[in-house]
Design a protein around this ligand. Structure first.
Ligand code: GUN
Ligand code: ZN
Length: 430
């Protein structure tokens, strides 16, 4: 068994720094080490102590670079990689003008394979080791994504996006085919290697009640898996949902009524929530996913991170590519900070790093397995150069402590800050 020992600064968490004093649950070691064996983290601790205890380990010394769990993107759309940063529209127009025409191209499985590989490579180049992705209505788009992830040994979550109304004809499935195709893909892929299947109704405007009900039934038959969708992203969207579902109490109720509210539910955006929705999400132990670069880019609104954390919700962090305008979870953390500022809360770098790693992992019910720098977790690791550009380096040179040294990289960093990435204990060749 070959052992690897990574030396550098390390940052880990023993609790949730959004709901506890961050300093009480944050562990920084300026001369730390991470021991890897059999694809997992075998131990973390003082670098010199690990080195003398494991003289047989192959050592990679990263100096004062920061060894972090790989970033976990809890909500994105790999088929939208080709239309990232498309100008000038808000949600519904943006879907119709840019997103749906691009997603129609995924009828061609060769194109799906190309974009799946490209997206996963871009993610790795930006230090992201797990993606939670919507695919398109085409089952082949799911197969292409899972195959591309398996080639790279990445832990991913994905599902066939289901839509049987309010989308172009060539992007429609039916209630029955959505059930059948999702079930076949789930049976084939869930738990195969590092693949996890998520039942994926796009959002209530693009599903008939019959389709939502069919997917709710599929979830009831497979209660251990995740279900991902969108919730209360933009005000005109919420008004549209009210028109389409006049009998529903609120947006969340359009899922709840059809069996699509549960502990494994991942609700993307969740910006304009009513109190009943917050209470129900909390009661059920569901997750909401914050997509700050998307929320500012599409003009959706300001997510109430602290309010929802205090209400006890699981909160993941995500790029929402291509509504989000960056593949970088560093840029996403920066946007979360900026939205926090607009809401009157300055998020601490420890809180931002936790959200991008442990928080996202916990939102996916994968806490301790990924996004975690501790024994037993998979060795999915990102090493950050905290002085990666001249602009960051000059600021880093004046830093007073680790947080002051890290924050410029969070605010100004991009793929140049990613010094190395490890997936399941293997170094990824850049
Ligand atoms: N709501 C429904 N579909 C989408 C999508 O693809 N992106 C975003 N940001 N919101 C959505
Ligand atoms: Zn989305």
């Amino acid at each position: 068994m070959t052992k690897q020992l990574l030396l550098g600064q390390t940052l880990g968490f023993s609790g949730n720094p959004l709901t506890t004093e961050w300093a009480d649950v944050t562990e920084h070691d300026s001369a730390g080490g991470v021991l890897i064996a059999d694809g997992r983290i075998a131990a973390t601790g003082n670098g010199a102590a690990l080195r003398s205890a494991h003289p047989d380990a192959t050592v990679t010394d990263y100096g004062d670079a920061l060894i972090s769990p790989g970033f976990v993107d809890a909500h994105m759309h790999y088929p939208q990689t080709g239309i990232i940063a498309s100008w000038g529209k808000q949600l519904i127009d943006w879907l119709n003008s840019y997103t749906f025409p691009e997603e129609a191209r995924f009828a061609d499985q060769g194109y799906a394979r190309q974009i799946a590989g490209q997206t996963l490579d871009l993610a790795l180049a930006h230090g992201t080791t797990t993606l939670t992705s919507f695919c398109t209505i085409h089952p082949g788009s799911v197969t292409a994504f899972f195959e591309a992830a398996a080639t790279r040994n990445m832990a991913v979550i994905a599902g066939k996006t289901c839509m049987d109304r309010n989308a172009p004809d060539d992007l429609h499935d039916t209630a029955q085919s959505a059930y059948d195709d999702s079930k076949a893909l789930l049976d084939e892929w869930h738990g195969k290697g590092r693949a996890n299947y998520a039942i994926t109704p796009r959002f209530s405007p693009t599903s008939t009640p019959a389709q939502l009900e069919a997917l709710g039934a599929l979830w009831a038959e497979n209660p251990g898996i995740l279900m991902q969708t969108h919730l209360s992203e933009q005000l005109p969207e919420i008004a549209w949902v009210k028109e389409l579902f006049p009998q529903s109490r609120d947006y969340l109720d359009t899922y709840e009524a059809f069996g699509l509210l549960g502990p494994g539910g991942l609700y993307g955006h969740a910006i304009h929530l009513e109190q009943r929705e917050i209470d129900r999400l909390s009661e059920i132990d569901a997750s909401v996913v914050h997509c700050p670069t998307s929320n500012t880019f599409i003009g959706s609104g300001l997510f109430d991170l602290m309010g929802l954390a205090q209400a006890g919700l699981r909160i993941g962090l995500a790029t929402d590519t291509g509504g989000g305008s960056s593949f970088s979870m560093l840029r996403v953390m920066a946007a979360a900070y900026e939205i926090g500022q607009l809401r009157g809360t300055a998020l601490h770098p420890a809180q931002l790093m936790w959200l991008a790693t442990e928080g996202s992992a916990q939102s996916l019910h994968m806490g301790g397995q990924i996004g975690h720098l501790g024994a037993g977790a998979m060795a999915d690791i990102t090493v950050l150069d905290l002085a990666s550009t001249p602009a960051i380096a000059q600021r880093h040179g004046l830093a007073r402590d680790i947080w002051d040294a890290l924050f410029p990289t969070i605010m100004m960093g991009d793929d140049r800050a990613i010094k190395d990435v490890w997936v399941a204990g293997q170094r990824v060749d850049a």
